[in-house]
Each structure stands twice: as structure tokens, then as C-alpha cells.
Design a protein around this ligand. Structure first.
Ligand code: ADP
Ligand code: MG
Length: 376
């Protein structure tokens, strides 16, 4: 089959090559090898690829390479389902363009003041990263003009549809040039997405990346078989053995996060809890404290997993085994960010075994039994 492409083969600018080097990114992932050449040729793509395989750079690099830095028009619009993700994409693209003078990007998301965002727009960004609701709101108030864009990215399209953004996406299609390039990324391809692609993306190239071990960043994954009641002690023991400090403990429910948070605190760890019922303001505050190393253990549900873009997380624990296969990849993807390595520990009670086996089959991950514990 096709041979491996390097970043050099992709004909990137020296600025982008330098920033990749600076970020410790060496080799393009499969989705990057497939999507970047197509997008650089102005071809629309419909890409299905698992979580954590580098989709942001897959669309970010071609967009950045083709930006007209002299123009004041918005040239690329990136839509994604959540505020956290929008901020994360913005940060990643800023990193990628760090050596490009005159590069301007702005995020437009719900929950932030309109005035602040209007001020950002007055700087004439070439790229806008937005959640659909806020974008439409601002377009309708004529605060932003998307009628001249070259490229539209729909990131995590399946999530956007789940969140009810379909009519907003249709509006964006109508408000942007007919001949624009569209890049649609999704982990799954439900019927609703096929409907969009049939209607708006008939000439697109399709990319289907299967889950593959080497596309996942450098994460050592372990399984610890232990009864439900011993899970907490197992976490504490492993943290000590492995000299881990900054970790995330994932649970499936809010109730469990609160319980686990309390118990870890009782054991003398500095832990804080984050879940969907905690308001955005409080969530941001906890995340800021976590980034600033004000506490060590973040106990969280999957609702917040997507937004956790902290660079120096040493390990994640699955206190509960996730109910969906994709979530496993989301969770482990919180560690080993920005070219660093990381560890993931899954605590598997007897009843969790079938779930864990299914995750392994589907995601092609390869966690190994964690043996060190038994020595003591
Ligand atoms: P996805 O959108 O597919 O879930 P992301 O684009 O968020 O994945 O990338 C996941 C992580 O992998 C990020 O921390 C990113 O910096 C890193 N990454 C992206 N491309 C590469 C690469 N070619 N080599 C190493 N790490 C990469
Ligand atoms: Mg992504």
C-alpha cells in the first residue's frame, strides 16, 4: 500500500516545519498523511478517524499554509461542538503558526462577552474558530462576515449534530461561498452526517482511518485487575510506586467523582472534582488552578475530558471503565500531550472485564497487566 509520508514530503513552509520541530512533532499521523495533500490541493474531504490521531493539525496545517496574510477577510472558519474544544484548537493553531508574522486567529464561543469577541474581530482575523450558535448569532448581527471564506472545517461533526447544531450548520452552508472547500471530520458517520455530505459535499474525497496503535501518542497503558472496593487504594499505591503527581482520575458518574474526590482527599492527596453540573465559570477556575499546579489530582467525568488540554499530565486512571469505546481514547489522550509520554491505568473489576475487552478489540490499544503492585 501507500508508503509513509514524512512532513518533508508534504512540502511545508520553513515556518511550519520549525514549529513542528519545536513542539516535538516528528512524523505525520495517518490522517495527516492522507488529509494534508488533498486539502493543499483545494479538495474537500470527508474524514473518519479515531480520537487522538491528530486531526487538528490535519486541517490546521493546510489552512495555515494557504493563508493570505495581507488580506483582512476571514478565510477559514472552523466549527466545533464545544467551547473547550474551540479554545484548544485555537491554541494548537497559534502554536503551529508561532513563526508566522501577521497570523491572526479568533475564537467565538458562547459564554464569553460579545464585546470582547467583537474587539477580537476588529483585528481582522484570517481564521475563526467557533461554536455554531455563537457564530450564527454574530453573523446575524453583522459583527462578522463569513461570505468570503475559502475553507470551512466541521470538526467533530457527529458531536455537533448530537448537540442539535444541524440547522446552524445548514445556515453556515448558505452564508458561505458555494465553491468553498469543506473538510468534515468525525469519529463516526451516522445517517445525519451522510445527509450533509450528499447535499453539500458531492465532490469530496473520502478518508477512512482505522484505529491503529502507532497513531496514538506515546502512552504506556496498564490494566490492574482488582475488586471494586480496592480501586482507590490501587490508585494511591500506583501513584506512590510510579512517583506520579499530576494525574486525572476518570469516573463514569458525578456521584462517583464526588465520592472518589472525597476519599482521595481523606487519604491526604490534593484533589478536586470536575463534572457537567459544575458551571462554566467554576469549571474554568478549577482548570486554571490545575494548570497552575495548585492541586494534583483532578477527578472528572467524560463531559469535561474533551476540554482538558493541560500539557504536563503524567498519567490518567480509569476508576470506572468508560461505557463507550471512543471515550477510552479521549481519556488516555489527556496525557502524553505536546510530544510528551504518558501513562494510563485502567482499574478492572470482575464485572468490568467484558467492557475492557471490547474496548481493546475496537480501539486496537494494547494495555498490559500492571505487575509491579504485587511485589510488595
Ligand atoms: P484528534 O482531533 O484526532 O482527537 P488532536 O488533533 O487533538 O487529535 O491531537 C491529539 C494530540 O496529539 C495533541 O496533543 C497533538 O498535539 C498531538 N499530535 C498531533 N499530531 C501529532 C504528530 N504527528 N505526532 C505527535 N503528536 C501529535
Ligand atoms: Mg479533534
Amino acid at each position: 500500500m501507500a508508503e509513509e509520508l514524512t512532513f518533508k514530503d508534504l512540502d511545508l513552509s520553513p515556518e511550519v516545519m520549525d514549529s513542528l520541530k519545536k513542539m516535538g512533532v516528528k512524523r505525520p499521523t495517518t490522517i495527516q498523511q492522507k488529509a494534508i495533500p488533498l486539502m493543499m490541493d483545494n479538495i474537500s474531504v470527508i474524514a473518519k478517524a479515531p480520537t487522538g490521531t491528530g486531526k487538528t493539525f490535519a486541517f490546521g496545517i493546510p489552512i495555515i499554509e494557504y493563508l493570505n496574510l495581507d488580506s483582512k477577510m476571514v478565510q477559514a472558519l472552523i466549527l466545533c461542538p464545544t467551547r473547550e474544544l474551540a479554545l484548544q484548537i485555537t491554541t494548537e493553531l497559534k502554536g503551529l503558526a508561532r513563526f508566522i508574522k501577521g497570523f491572526r486567529i479568533a475564537s467565538l464561543i458562547g459564554g464569553q462577552s460579545m464585546r470582547l469577541q467583537t474587539e477580537r474581530l476588529q483585528k481582522n482575523p484570517q481564521i475563526i474558530v467557533a461554536t455554531p450558535g455563537r457564530l450564527i448569532d454574530m453573523v446575524e448581527r453583522r459583527l462578522v462576515d463569513i461570505s468570503n471564506i475559502y475553507t470551512l472545517v466541521l470538526d467533530e461533526a457527529d458531536e455537533m449534530l448530537k448537540m442539535g447544531f444541524i440547522s446552524d450548520i445548514r445556515k453556515v452552508m448558505a452564508l458561505t461561498p458555494k465553491d468553498k472547500q469543506i473538510a468534515l471530520f468525525s469519529a463516526t458517520m451516522p445517517r445525519e452526517i451522510q445527509n450533509i455530505t450528499w447535499q453539500f459535499m458531492q465532490d469530496a474525497a473520502e478518508i477512512d482511518v482505522m484505529p491503529k496503535e502507532e497513531d496514538h501518542p506515546d502512552i504506556d497503558q496498564f490494566i490492574i485487575e482488582c475488586p471494586e472496593k480496592d480501586k482507590l487504594n490501587a490508585i494511591v499505591n500506583i501513584m506512590e510506586k510510579e512517583s506520579l503527581r499530576k494525574v486525572i482520575v476518570f469516573c463514569n458518574t458525578k456521584t462517583t467523582t464526588s465520592k472518589v474526590g472525597d476519599m482521595l482527599t481523606a487519604k491526604g492527596l490534593s484533589a478536586k472534582v470536575l463534572h457537567g453540573d459544575i458551571g462554566q465559570g467554576a469549571r474554568n477556575k478549577v482548570m486554571d488552578q490545575y494548570r497552575a499546579d495548585k492541586f494534583d489530582v483532578l477527578v472528572a467525568t467524560d463531559v469535561v475530558a474533551r476540554g482538558i488540554d493541560v500539557d504536563d499530565i503524567e498519567a490518567i486512571f480509569n476508576y470506572d471503565i468508560p461505557k463507550e469505546n471512543e471515550l477510552y481514547l479521549h481519556r488516555i489522550g489527556r496525557t502524553a500531550r505536546a510530544g510528551k509520554s504518558g501513562k494510563a491505568f485502567s482499574l478492572v473489576a470482575y464485572l468490568d472485564r467484558p467492557r475492557m475487552e471490547e474496548i481493546i478489540r475496537y480501539t486496537k490499544v494494547n494495555p498490559v497487566p500492571y505487575e509491579t503492585l504485587k511485589e510488595s
